[in-house]
Design a protein around this ligand. Structure first.
Ligand SMILES: Cc1ncc(COP(=O)(O)O)c(C=O)c1O
Length: 374
């Protein structure tokens, strides 16, 4: 990776704040802000230009080890998860298995009465989801295992390969919310046997809100009829060859585009493409290693302060999120913000989520402010 000084030149936020809150919504890096700005200016001056039709699908596919035909554009993670929930069928007595660490959007799509599916929550043990507990919960009535790759409260990273093996043994699908890992942690959907993966790009992928992707494993795409359809769901040749739309039949795309409905938020995807180009140029493995190094440092500092870590420490289960317990977390967050340090209050603690461009010095500033507050 280039020198940290050079890297930080790409992040104007560092001039103004110690920003350690990428698990919430990230500031835009300079190349992303520039791309969005240019697109807006060009649109103002010359009318909307047709941004690359791929909308960053090939870049996202590279990032997760998939093919671009397996990627659909979505507005956000919640939409992607709802598509997965609604293409599956639930015979009487069906269940889905999830965990008690999930963000609401991971679970709510399966709580709708009309799906008539039982949701089983695997309970965490000291902030960890144990594969043996998932194994006990999954049976032949299980239609899907639904988890976040990285849990939003404490940053616990699930082992997707182990989970997909458990799910597949029982004919169930593995559905993954990757919003807290994509852009920070290496993802390999093929190696890990993931069937569906949904993310938005406004956190670790450093993009504007409104851009997201849904991966559907190639072998599955044509098995599923999308829950919503529009012009974007059909083979584009339908229009290109006839020069008008065939409105008498529905010829769904054979790719994941069949899960798209209409016009995407082009300007958001312009930003997402610029961000992914930048992240891929740095290399996602290097980014992950840098984030883990920063969080090693943070863990050491938190322990020195005598605070209780709420994040499991094993490196293979770690991510960019560290949470430690503290009295009055909301008050502490307000105090830190008044000193230009941005973190979040979550689960009776403080959630700190540095990205690769943050520095040990910024972590020191956080620790110093906490020491003074305490
Ligand atoms: C794990 C997880 N899933 C989903 C979301 C929300 O995603 P979206 O707004 O893209 O639907 C969040 C936001 O904090 C999250 O942490």
């Amino acid at each position: 990776m280039e020198s940290m000084e050079k890297v930080r030149e790409l992040f104007p936020i560092v001039q103004n704040k110690v920003f350690l809150n990428h698990a919430a919504q990230s500031p835009l890096p300079r190349p992303v802000a520039d791309a969005v700005h240019k697109y807006a200016e060009d649109s103002a001056n010359f009318g909307f230009s047709s941004f690359d039709d791929d909308y960053g699908k090939a870049l996202f596919a590279r990032l997760i080890g998939a093919k671009k035909e397996e990627i659909a554009l979505v507005e956000n993670t919640g939409v992607g998860l709802n598509i997965a929930a609604n293409v599956l069928r639930y015979p009487p007595g069906s269940k889905v298995v999830t965990t008690d660490l999930e963000y609401p959007s991971v679970v709510y799509p399966w709580l709708r009465k009309s799906l008539d599916v039982k949701v089983h929550y695997v309970k965490n043990v000291d902030g960890k989801i144990l594969p043996e507990d998932v194994e006990k919960a999954v049976d032949d009535k299980t239609v899907a295992v639904v988890v976040s790759h990285v849990e939003y409260v404490n940053g616990f990273r699930n082992d997707l390969r182990v989970l997909s093996e458990i799910a597949h043994k029982h004919g169930a699908y593995l559905i993954v919310d990757a919003i807290q890992s994509a852009g920070a942690i290496k993802i390999d959907v093929k190696k890990d046997g993931v069937d569906f993966l949904a993310t938005a790009c406004y956190k670790w992928l450093l993009s504007p809100p409104g851009a997201g992707y849904l991966y559907v494993r190639e072998e599955l795409i044509e098995n599923f009829e999308p829950p919503f359809v529009g012009w974007a769901s059909v083979k584009q040749e339908v229009f290109e060859t006839l020069d008008f739309w065939d409105i008498w039949s529905l010829k769904l795309a054979e790719t994941a585009s069949r899960f798209e409905v209409g016009s995407p938020s082009t300007i958001s995807f312009v930003g997402a493409a610029a961000a992914m180009k930048m992240l891929l140029a740095f290399g996602i493995e290097k980014i992950e290693e840098r984030i883990l190094k920063l969080t090693d440092y943070l863990i050491g500092a938190v322990k020195n302060l005598g605070l209780r870590l709420q994040t499991p420490e094993e490196r293979q289960h770690r991510s960019g999120i560290i949470n430690f317990q503290i009295a009055n977390p909301e008050e502490v967050v307000k105090h830190l913000r008044s000193h230009g340090i941005v973190v979040s209050a979550r689960a009776h603690g403080i959630r700190v989520s540095p990205h690769f461009y943050n520095t040990e010095k910024e972590i020191d500033a956080l620790v110093e402010a906490l020491r003074k507050y305490g």
